[in-house]
Design a protein around this ligand. Sequence first.
Ligand SMILES: Cc1ncc(C[n+]2csc(CCOP(=O)(O)OP(=O)(O)O)c2C)c(N)n1
Ligand SMILES: [Mg+2]
Length: 901
Amino acid sequence: MTDRPIYIDGFTHQLSDLDPAETDEWLAALSEVIDVDGETRARYLMARLLEHARQRSIGVPASVSTPYINTIPPEAESPYPGDEYLEKRIRRFIRWNAAAMVIKANKKADGIGGHLSTFASSATLYEIGFNHFFHGKADGTPGDHIYFQGHATPGVYARAFLEGRLSDEQLDRFRTEIGGPGLSSYPHPRLMPDFWEYPTVSMGLGPINSIYHAQFLRYLHNRGIEDTSASRVWSFLGDGETDEPETLGSISLAGREKLDNLVWVVNANLQRLDGPVRGNGKIIQELEAMFRGAGWNVIKVIWGADWDPILARDIDGTLVNKMNAVVDGEYQRYRTESGAYIREHFFGPDPKLRALVDDMTDDDIWALRRGGLDHRKIYSAYKSATELRGAPTVIIAKTVKGWTLGPDVAGKNATHSIKKLTAEQLRTLRDRLDLQDEISDDDLESGDPPYLRFAEDSPEYRYLIGRREALNGPVPTRTLPIRIPMALPEDDAFTEFDGGSGDVEVSTTGAFTRLLRSLGRDPNIGERVVPIIPDEGRTFGMEPLFKEMGIYASEGQLYEPVDHNLILSYRESTDGQILEQGITEAGSAASWIAAATSYATRGVPMIPFYSFYSMFGFQRVGDALWAASDSRARGFLMGATAGRTTLHGEGLQHQDGHSHVLASVVPACQAYDPAFAYEMATIVKDGISRMYGNDDDVYYYLTLYNEAYAQPAKPDGVDKGIVDGLYKFADAPEGHELSATVVFSGPAHKAARAAQSELAEHFGVGADLWSATSYKRLRENALEVDRWNRLHPTQDPRVPMVTELLADGSGPIVAVTDYMRIVPDQIAPYAPRTFSSLGTEGYGRSDTREALRSFFEVDMPQVVVAVLSGLAHDGMIDDGTVQKAIDQYGIDADVAPPWQR
Ligand SMILES: Cc1ncc(C[n+]2csc(CCOP(=O)(O)OP(=O)(O)O)c2C)c(N)n1
Ligand SMILES: [Mg+2]
């Protein structure tokens, strides 16, 4: 046994050694170098050989990691084009204002919070972007798409303030949004729709969204919808944030599709909230290996320019070895100590290293910068990233958390949560930023630090505005007029379902696929339809679309598919319309968000339909769908294979009886549970006209089922009811003494309709049937009315829609659904008569639909018993009649309820 890994390269065993003597000579030579000149020299020679081999194009794989030094050597840096003095002044004003804003907010109402340290570490990373790279939208073109790190908002506001985009009052209202023009804590387009474009504060979502956004730009381009080549996607993220699976989970997609329109900037301040990101390792090295492995261009910016002359003197690699060996916990410590400490502990132990800094004072050593704080190094990295073709770039920039905020804050474990500075600490910051002329000691004593602005005729202001003008106006800016308009679809696609399916049995999923196909052929919206699927297209019967619409593949189809001779072959192409994202709900949701916000980010409305297993929607990627509503996404989520009893056979992890509960908590989500094809088509039609005709910032969630049944024809005059959430599907059969109302949704219509016949035939009850397409909608209307009534006590009370509709009937009301009872119970307080519900509580399990419906107590006998029970409760029949029915159907009344079994 050995505790060292054994290195075998299959390749060297695969090929025969054509000249063993020559091989031995090479190996012996290398061994001698290791023994005589040491490992560093050996590594140098190996690195040179590999570099040489790559230059000669002999196809050796690139190594996944490089030493802990800058990727771009000083001699390859680009000359700096900016006015360094003015930029430094601007940066300092922004640093100050960002800190002042957080401190003031926190003073006003203790605990309201804000973050000082994140932006303090990344100010240079942003300022280089603002002054030299980020393209705005002033001329009506979309410019760049910039995902700002959520906790860096104070810096972004502080800059907007200097640019004159925000007022003193607004800065004063940071984190005070109620009742005035407040600034949201983090980037929230829902709250600041003219400003923020991308919600990033839930860690990991910004990064993954940015990847699929970059892919979507290519998709728009390759499909000929618009030329997106002038836009770049920038994503700024924290090093701690890379622990989120969403952050790194899709990086291989960007590498594979060669998304050179994508740049990530990782702010490697080595810290997250509680402590070091990798105290015992090196986050930068770890990330480098992962990104290189995924095909990204990696630019490490670790050391500032003051290190260049020291590194130049390190001829035998001792310094680089030391840089490689020290762990992040140690690097963090250095920044909280002193120059003397760094001399002792970093350079100290090795006399050769110590000699490298002999001519430097402790202050000189202390002043040595990290690369991410060096504007020239960052400029070179960005320039190189934007010029590279054929791969996405990640810039990993080493910074200091809480930089410039003084010894009590910078690099301290608690730095992330510090939101207050004492007068003394403020003075340190002021002096550090050289702002003594602008801010007096008295200003600091007051505890109310002033905001700084440049006069409009000052060189700083002119420079600041001039740079933004040269880059096409301010960023971030969300609003962009529609650039490539879209007319609404023709009616034919929807009316096709009005007549029903006759005797032919089809599922609502099948009907949707048909609708999708027709929408794809519509002259007005056809090309704007974006079907997105995470590898379940066949389950949903979507394979006909593979051939007809084609599957988007950035490099086309480089092989002949196995089913090439079939009519429904698997057709991939560069202009394919379907985004088949593979088995990634997180990725598909990100892809959907990119398409669903294209109306705003590009001025190009697109209509995405993301079809997924409903179980793996809100439950799996609920946070992404929440962020989608923040983004003001417009599009369709199609929760297929819905229902706890309808997706038979699959069992506990697949059978969804609660996505409508989860959907009910998202304000912008329009959640529908249609029973019939015509309902589904009517809802989709309404969705398109609301979102794309009326510009409502909502999205639609429809559950689709895979149970095939004869689809009824659409009754007259029900469109409004379908959209409003409830309509009468069938009148009660006439001539019965007793009456009742049965409300169904989704496939529960079967039990409801069977119960209607049974009640009439055997119990003398005429029940009318209603279809509830959206309990969420009904509840929201009732809440609004409820509130109005409460706050207008002297006026005639209003009546909720659901109450008014159900007033057209008599007898008890029973609602039956393939979802949990809490879904129909949303209307319980507003039902005009005795109300009860039947639903699918508990875990799903594998069995037939019939067995499942009996188990979950949502089948015909249960509906009959519930109606009779309601009648007994109302005193219309005696309890014995109910008991008789229970006995007659063989219902085991004493078995434990399904959710306890
Ligand atoms: C999904 C999620 N979990 C937790 C948080 C809370 N949170 C806010 S900032 C932070 C630490 C961030 O560290 P890092 O990504 O390194 O950013 P830095 O501030 O150091 O630049 C955490 C955990 C969050 N915003 N989102
Ligand atoms: Mg960090």
